[in-house]
Ligand binder design. Structure first.
Ligand code: MTE
Ligand code: MO
Length: 266
């Protein structure tokens, strides 16, 4: 007697079991392989990043792994280019300036200033200019009030006076030096230091500043000479300048080394 199809179907489970298991096994195999491949890729990808050489430069993000550095640099360039070095910071009537501008930060200015202070300007390996505050007072004076902004979250309109960095470069014939990409500055004890991209240093509102509120700078505001650079945050406005130098390599920068943006533009 011929088997009815239904009977065959009834016996199916036993017969097809090996077939089904094979199929399941193959699926398990494929998915395990995919998982393994993915995992291996992730592992080597991470290892490549992890084992890639760390940066050694004294830079904002020193110690970042090379592939990350590319991203950080790309971000930096966006900011450097988005914040044009020629835009003017808004200025205010002097009457709106704080009578006693706020003081913040005393790194490199805690000890009393030496009487023999001079502004050292490194022109080359064998030539350093030594400039007195009276020399600088003889140059054209620029003054304005602007809103000084600190990254810590305060801002204040204050009034500053001094010589434009660009006038200073012209007067001391530093044009060749100013073709280099950066200007570095540090306090006489070298405890506080900043690096400024040269276009920002040459900006018409960047001052080598010797006056605040119409008076000679007080010690706490950075006597006898400080940087005022309205297109950047307060951190870049170094007080008590000891030395200025020029370089194509990024000069060391105190807050950039602690993770702040090197350009700190506004
Ligand atoms: N030498 C030196 N300059 C410095 C600092 C500092 O600690 N040391 N602090 C900076 C910071 S964070 C700010 S906000 C401004 C504050 O300037 P002010 O004290 O004149 O307000 O100075 C900047 N220049
Ligand atoms: Mo600041």
């Amino acid at each position: 007697m011929n088997e009815l199809p239904e009977d065959k179907a009834a016996r199916q489970p036993k017969d097809v079991e090996p077939y089904d298991r094979k199929k399941v096994n193959r699926r398990t195999f494929i998915s395990s392989l995919t998982f393994l491949a993915g995992g291996t890729l992730a592992y080597f990808g991470w290892n490549k990043l992890y084992l890639s050489p760390k940066e050694t430069t004294a830079d904002a993000t020193a110690g970042a792994h090379a592939p990350l550095r590319k991203v950080l640099d790309a971000n930096g360039n966006v900011f450097e280019n988005a914040v044009s070095p020629d835009h003017l910071a808004r200025t205010y009537p002097k009457a709106m300036a704080a009578k006693q501008p706020r003081v913040n930060g005393d790194i490199g200015i805690q000890k009393e200033l030496e009487d023999n202070w001079r502004l050292n300007v490194v022109k080359s390996n064998n030539e350093t200019l030594q400039i007195t505050i009276d020399d600088l007072r003889k140059l054209p004076k620029t003054e304005f009030a602007f809103e000084f902004k600190c990254v810590e979250g305060w801002s204040q309109i204050s009034h500053w006076g001094g010589v434009k960095f660009s006038d200073f470069v012209k007067h001391y014939q530093l044009n060749e030096q100013a073709k280099l990409a950066y200007v570095g500055m540090h306090t006489p004890d070298e405890k506080y230091y900043v690096g400024i991209d040269t276009p920002s240093a040459m900006h018409p509102q960047t001052l080598l500043c010797y006056e605040v509120s119409g008076q000679p700078l007080s010690a706490k505001h950075g006597a006898p000479l400080r940087l005022i650079i309205p297109t950047k945050y307060g951190i870049k406005n170094l007080k008590r300048i000891g030395t200025i130098f020029f370089s194509n390599d990024r000069p060391r920068d105190y807050w950039a080394e602690l993770g702040y943006d090197y350009f700190s533009g506004l």
